[in-house]
Design a protein around this ligand. Structure first.
Ligand code: FEO
Length: 427
């Protein structure tokens, strides 16, 4: 039996740099995390222990149900009265679950959290756990363990407002929280010895970090200049083999590729539609044609009947404006439109312009429902949606062109005065 397997079997800590230990827990049978995330390999709750000449630090804890395993590993290398520092990089319960008990057991410890974590700490703790004494920290604040120093990096919204990273100077170990993590449990623990976890790493990024790309880029600006020997995230393998590859991969995933490909300073407008009798399709084409008249806007038209949702999500993420066309069937927008709109929770749409249009027979709810969804996604919906009863007339198609022209003009800052007319109101 290898030393590593022996340590895992007997709930001992695993040393992976001088006096730096993994004291986390394995959860190999988990298949669904936080209701929405699937995992074929379970997950790990990684917690770390750093020993310095003047005390011990614990960085992050574990989900409450795994406390026994965590405390057993901790006790295998340190006593509670040696613990001077507890760092919580992120307060989600899978990392803060064992915190109250750890604070009780370690009376000499002080808790370090980000400033934004304060309100969450209070919300997470039960009344019997309070009051906890803590210090809030931000970028370049440090805490000393005597011969070793932990430095903090303010990296919020990865993926909660409270998140931060902690850097062990000298050993060049970055305790990165959920950043660079994944739900992949493998008792071999390290990226150069576990199975192929690339799919899990990308899946985790896509579902957890992707909506916060701008914040990822801000964090990378702090992380990239660091000397990095090891990245120690809170889930999945410890990245000790060429850790910088994962930093570069995050940058690649977080940067817009469209900006470099579309050329000039063109803005982009994507028009998506679904049509049952061709009426909404005719409206979409007219909206497209009108928008295409405006210089400086790259307009694209997509029939959802002919496409899968996933590639459209990428297009939408990088577009400046979106228009959705749907007929109203049974008082609702049609399923392909909802499928696309519901899949947009993984991207940030804040501030993008949105518009809706569609043909209807009786009541025409689809357009306002789509508008509500867009507003719910924090998009701007500056122009009232366009509805046409059944077959659009030539005059109504001209109105659709005008609608497209107005949207594109708004994008390039040349908005014309437009009377807001709902054609449905005229009928
Ligand atoms: Fe792993 Fe966001 O908690």
């Amino acid at each position: 039996m290898s030393d590593l397997q022996d340590a895992l079997d007997h709930r001992r800590a695993v040393e992976f740099a001088p006096d730096v230990f993994w004291v986390g827990a394995l959860d190999p049978t988990l298949r669904t995390f936080d209701i929405i995330l699937k995992t074929s390999n379970g997950t790990t709750y990684n917690s770390y222990l750093v020993r310095g000449s003047e005390g011990v630090a614990i960085v992050d804890t574990v989900k409450q149900e795994f406390s026994d395993e965590f405390f057993a590993r901790l006790e295998s290398v340190a006593s509670y009265d040696e613990i001077k520092v507890i760092v919580l990089n992120h307060l989600e319960p899978d990392h803060s679950g064992a915190l109250p008990e750890l604070m009780r057991r370690a009376p000499n410890a002080r808790l370090y959290i980000s400033t934004r974590a304060t309100s969450m700490l209070k919300a997470l703790l039960k009344p019997k756990d309070e009051p906890l004494d803590y210090t809030t920290v931000t970028t370049d604040d440090v805490v000393s363990l005597g011969d070793r120093t932990l430095r903090f990096l303010h990296t919020p919204f990865l993926h909660w407002p409270d998140t931060q990273c902690t850097y062990l100077e000298g050993e060049a170990v970055l305790f990165s929280g959920d950043v660079f993590g994944c739900h992949y449990c493998d008792s071999r623990l390290f990226n150069d010895t576990v199975g192929d976890f690339r799919f899990s790493f990308d899946y985790y990024y896509a579902h957890i970090m992707r909506p916060f790309k701008d914040w990822v880029l801000d964090a990378l600006a702090l992380i990239e200049p660091l000397k990095l020997k090891i990245i120690a995230p809170t889930h999945g393998p410890i990245l000790r083999d060429r850790p910088r590859r994962y930093v570069a991969h995050y940058r690649e995933l977080s940067q817009s590729s469209l900006a470099g490909q579309i050329g000039n300073n063109d803005k982009s407008l994507a028009v998506f539609y679904m049509s049952s009798y061709g009426n909404t399709a005719r409206m979409a084409e007219a909206v497209f044609e009108g928008a295409d008249e405006i210089p400086g806007v790259r307009v694209s038209l997509y029939d959802l009947e002919g496409g899968e949702t996933e590639p459209f999500v990428d297009l939408i993420e990088e577009a400046d404006a979106l228009a959705f066309g749907s007929p109203t069937i049974n008082g609702d927008a049609v399923k392909p439109v909802w499928d696309l709109l519901s899949s947009l929770a993984v991207v940030s749409l804040k501030g993008k312009m949105g518009a809706a249009f569609g043909s209807y027979g009786w009541s025409g709810e689809a357009v306002p429902m789509i508008e509500d969804r867009m507003r719910g996604l924090k998009m701007r919906v500056p122009l009232k949606g366009l509805r046409v009863k059944l077959i659009p007339t030539d005059e109504e198609l001209l109105e659709c062109r005008d609608f497209g022209r107005w949207l594109a003009s708004e994008l390039v800052g040349k908005r014309t005065q437009k009377a807001v007319i709902d054609l449905a109101d005229l009928g």
